[in-house]
Design a protein around this ligand. Sequence first.
Ligand code: AMP
Length: 380
Amino acid sequence: MTRVLVLNSGSSSVKYRLFDGRRTLARGLVERIGEDGGDAADHAAALRRIMESVDLDGLAVVGHRVVHGGTEFDSATLIDDDVAAVIERLIPLAPLHNPAALSGITVARKLLPEVAQVAVFDTAFHRTIEPAGITYAMDAALAERWGVRRYGMHGTSHAYVSRRTAALLGLAPEAANIITLHLGNGASACAVRGGRSVATSMGMAPQQGLVMGTRSGDIDPTVIFHLHRAAGMPVDEIEHSLTRAAGLLGLTGDNDMRAVQRRRQQGDPAAGLAFDVYCRRIKEYVGAYLAVLGRADAIAFTAGVGENSPEVRAAALSGLDGLGIAVDRHRNEQIAPNERGEQVVSPDGSPTAICVVPTDEELEIAQQSVAALGAGQSAR
Ligand code: AMP
């Protein structure tokens, strides 16, 4: 078996998980990096701490989660100086996300110079979307010059969940049409045809599409001009508002769907509206992606909200019986999952199966890292 260390470096935290094949040997989180009383002074100290606490004997590869791979990367890639330089060059496209990944990569390469390092990009799975699905209808030269287009994110999750969904239903992946709904703190939808992404809701950045914990999802871009001109807000302040103080948080003061649902049940109108906005947006994307795919064998719910909220699953797909889409009330509420936590929650014989499929981005990163290592070695 191959040992793999997966690192997910955020701006103030590093999540890690050590695998031996599919088995998890160790996992943890170093938090509040750089803060007073935090776990570590900087990313270098955080990684040193991780490496001291886990047994790195026999480690074959380190897999790094990188949010933005631009147009340069369509699969997991062995990291050398050139690859690291491209990730750095992509920082303007993902200023909130890529710098942390890059510092994780820099420090890990320094601390483990003998071990192969692989970058696994959130954008890579969506490189199969045709031009019409990724092009914004704007000044083409301007868009080209500045890399403005849809890239899409959560690719490792959509790839993993769509594959698992096909397996759960006994469908050949190359013949299956699946809509995956990743509903966590960040949220996105993806249409997958034959194992390839053909549409996704996130855009140039993880901001477009569904309503999220603190991000707005779709808004008219005019909102930004209006807030700048009429409210006199500087661009940074508008960005902060729409990325950190919007979504469920903006509508209710709570970014956690559990709290929103509790308040909704108690009759809180703001929480009721937020829940409705959240679920309606999902429904609109499901309708759009049904049209893109022509037919869907399955709709799969994943991540914190998707896996744990029967209310959201039922509300997001309500009223779609005419399209062959229905949630079985009993199955949806009384989860009886398989050993991986997966379950079909639609009635038997539905044209479109509704599934709950827990995501495992770290396992997917580990597996893609091993594959990239193998491909790199055979290319040498
Ligand atoms: P993730 O980013 O996948 O870890 O998802 C985190 C989000 O999942 C949290 O912010 C919650 O809003 C949501 N969540 C977790 N458990 C539940 C639950 N039982 N019901 C509704 N939402 C949940």
